[in-house]
Design a protein around this ligand. Structure first.
Ligand code: AHR
Length: 640
């Protein structure tokens, strides 16, 4: 049974057969019958067990304001956001102001802080600082929130009060006092316990001071319950959506986010590990700040939680504004950084970086098969990638001969193990190119379709995009002997105004809830129903709007037939299933369909287009299937 976070329309109907001559489905059909001949005894290739996975980066508020559980916006008081995110809110006669203090902070990584100068306040007249979170702060009944901050004060006995407040009523949902703030920087923790509230994201955080004097704040943090109760962990609803896709891998940390606009804005992994107070954060190329609370170890734990293997992209000396590091001695520190990173991921505790990982709380090494050198290096106008790739390749192969080294652009200096190719297209382009990999050289590098998407619909994709995606996936499945991995991008979008930098994304959310686009459901359907072998098949007479793939799992005794009808008309298909002894007449059918290509899901209507599951009868060695117009179908046929 597919797992769809409990959100899919699953309707089980036993139909009287698939051979529908003279019945309604045939009456809808306007196209002539086509024939699909399958020989399940003939394997034409192995399906890659890692075909379907995920690609992630900080874009569209994917982490902060997205999957990463942190509720406080701008908790590290980055200057540009200081005024907008921490709003001074005096009560009664209270008076005061805030300013970024560049002279003091709790660590070398966070050398600045927010100085709160309270000129007048008392118990009844507090000076407040209001933080709206990421377009709201969700509170559900009886939830416990764990908070922390670094603080110091210029007077003895300073204290502050932290509360969650309902925007509409001013009702105090939960509050806690942080007493005894001293003269030196120290971390303080607190807990906020909600009662029997109505679940809502229309809440904010309020930090109050009731005594004149100066207090400095840094690294203000508040976490709700997280997936698997991870400290510094992820949002449960989004993790559930991902889990339902059964992804085999996570390509991290980008994308452009790996490269940064400038070399000093790259994903500098060593600055993303260890205590949060030791992470300086950095500007992402998508034009907002990242605290790097989602750092390398958090990515790896995300992999662990969803049983994915990491596909580790290492910075390769090229950043988006055409800054590059020439191959040779200048590149050596970056190569060493990549080797250290691999050791952090895979080394045991006796290694320098494996020990560092253990110190960070994860003694067990992570599995790693693939390392990717850079991202989209075809855009490097200096044409230095060939040389840079060779230098990384040689060093990695020397220390880790078993690792597969992915190139992001064609190179001549070495034969890459895998080549990463990206496709952002309209549905029509995918329809026209579904045979793209049919003739790919099977003796060359394997292929990683590391970013791909049909870009139709916004913020998340619509059903027309799902058709383009599904058609493209049939092509990838038929060629999954050479395509080792594929990952859609971008994965996430925060649907609030200003939350999106890249339209047409897979999963949308706000502070309160999340939803899958039709593309999401198409992917989950495909990934949850895939065999281990590609079997011989031939389609004739179907026109150019019907796409399909057939795979088989011999151990399970199942043939998976995927049918994508991108036409508005139904298509009748005469199917011959040869090379099997017997076929169970009842098969599982999962259908994703819509009346128009514009139909979609949204934050307010999240389940308009979702898969419907049924049992169909009449399946056999010869049967007819009428594929409805605008539909994506998976037929799971039991065979012997
Ligand atoms: O997915 C959005 C961006 O598209 C990625 O960051 C980049 O690799 C590609 O150009």
């Amino acid at each position: 049974m597919m797992r769809f976070n409990g959100t899919a329309k699953i309707v089980c109907v036993v139909m009287a057969g698939l051979a529908m001559a003279g019945r309604a489905q045939q009456a809808e059909s306007s196209a002539a019958p086509a024939t699909l001949t399958i020989d399940a005894s003939k394997t034409v290739g192995k399906v890659s067990p890692t075909l379907y996975g995920l690609m992630t980066e900080e874009i569209n508020y994917s982490y902060e304001g997205g999957i990463y559980g942190e509720l406080v916006q701008n908790g590290t008081f980055v200057q540009a956001w200081g005024d907008a995110t921490w709003i001074v809110t005096p009560r009664g006669t209270a008076h005061g102001s805030t300013a970024l203090d560049k002279a003091t902070g709790p660590s070398a990584a966070l050398p600045t802080s927010l100085k709160v100068t309270v000129t007048q306040a008392d118990a009844a007249n507090s000076l407040g600082l209001l933080n709206e979170g990421w377009w709201g702060i969700t509170v559900r009944p009886n939830e416990t929130f764990h908070g922390s901050l670094y603080a110091k004060a210029d007077y003895a006995g300073a204290e502050l009060k932290v509360s969650l407040i309902a925007n509409d009523t001013g009702h105090v949902i939960a509050s806690a006092t942080v007493p005894g703030v001293g003269a030196d920087w120290r971390q303080y923790t607190f807990t906020l316990q909600a009662g029997a509230v109505v679940a809502s994201s229309r809440n904010h955080l309020l930090v109050e001071f009731n005594h004149p004097g100066a207090v400095w704040l840094q690294l203000f943090s508040l976490f709700p319950p997280t997936y698997h109760d991870r400290v510094n962990g992820n949002r449960g609803d989004i993790m559930e959506l991902l889990a339902a896709m059964q992804p085999a891998f996570l390509r991290l940390p980008g994308g452009n986010y790996l490269e940064g606009d400038h070399i000093n804005e790259r994903f500098d992994w060593k600055k993303t590990i260890g205590p949060l107070v030791d992470r300086p954060g950095h500007r992402s190329p998508w034009n907002y700040w990242s605290t790097d609370g989602m750092g390398l170890l958090e990515y790896l734990e995300w992999c662990e939680d969803l049983h994915m293997q990491p596909v580790l992209a290492v910075y390769a000396g090229y950043s988006l504004k055409q800054e590059f590091v020439a191959p040779g001695p200048a590149l050596e520190p970056y190569v060493q950084d990549a080797l250290d990173e691999i050791e952090y991921v895979t080394g045991d505790v006796t290694t320098k970086w494996g020990a560092e990982r253990a110190k960070d709380g994860h003694p067990a090494p992570f599995p790693l098969t693939y390392v990717e050198i850079g991202n989209e290096d075809q855009f490097d106008q200096s044409k230095s990638y060939d040389g840079r790739y060779a230098q990384f390749y040689d060093a990695i192969k020397k220390s880790y001969p078993a690792l597969q080294v992915i190139a992001t652009a064609p190179v001549k200096s070495r034969t890459p193990d895998v080549l990463d190719e990206h496709y952002y297209r309209r549905a029509e382009q995918f329809f026209a190119d579904v045979h793209h990999y049919d003739a790919t050289d099977r003796n060359g590098p394997k292929i990683f379709v590391g970013e791909w998407a049909t870009r139709e619909g916004t913020p998340a994709t619509n059903f027309g995009a799902a058709l383009g995606d599904a058609a493209w996936m049939t092509g990838m499945e038929r060629n999954s002997d050479v395509i080792v991995m594929a990952s859609y991008a971008p994965l996430f979008v925060n649907v609030n105004p200003g939350g999106m930098q890249w339209r047409s994304d897979l999963i949308g959310y706000d502070a309160f809830s999340s939803y899958g686009s039709p593309s999401y459901y198409a992917q989950a359907m495909f990934a949850n129903h895939i065999g281990t072998e590609i079997v011989a098949s031939e389609l004739n007479g179907a026109g150019d709007r019907l796409f399909y793939s057939v795979t088989r799992d011999a151990a399970k005794g199942v043939v998976y037939l995927k049918l994508v009808n991108a036409s508005s008309s139904a298509q009748q298909l005469k199917i011959s299933l040869d090379g099997v002894t017997s076929v169970k007449p009842d098969a599982k059918l999962i259908t994703l369909s819509a009346a128009t290509t514009a139909e979609t899901n949204s934050i307010t209507d999240p389940r308009r287009v979702t898969p419907v599951e049924s049992i169909v009868g009449g399946v056999g060695k010869e049967f007819t299937r009428t594929v409805p117009g605008y539909s994506i179908e998976v037929l799971e046929i039991s065979v012997q």
